[in-house]
Design a protein around this ligand. Structure first.
Ligand SMILES: [Zn+2]
Length: 99
């Protein structure tokens, strides 16, 4: 098992899990229920952790999570050519290829 990400909260952890599931990366959320134990454990241990079942998925998972974390910091924008909505950090429109 390989720790790949420390989420800020369980909602973020679930989004990351879905993201990895969608790419067929076997993963598991640890500390999911640790929130109820707050006060008994050091604070850092109560963050949900994403663990991977297979080490060979680590790089792929990191890239996916990385682009998710970065992408979520940008508001959506619309393509100047076709009007398709996309994250503003995309360099090319995924629909028509306009930069
Ligand atoms: Zn476009």
């Amino acid at each position: 098992m390989n720790l790949v990400y420390l989420a800020q909260n369980i909602i973020e952890a679930k989004i990351i899990k879905d993201l990895l599931d969608a790419s067929n990366i076997e993963n598991k959320i640890m500390n999911e229920h640790a929130i109820g134990a707050m006060g008994e454990l050091p604070f850092i241990q109560t963050y949900p952790e994403i663990w991977l079942a297979k080490e060979e998925d680590l790089l792929r998972a990191r890239k996916l999570i990385d682009s998710f974390v970065k992408g979520s910091n940008y508001p959506d924008t619309n393509c100047s050519k076709c009007g398709e909505s996309m994250p503003s950090n995309f360099e090319l429109c995924w629909n028509c290829g306009e930069s």
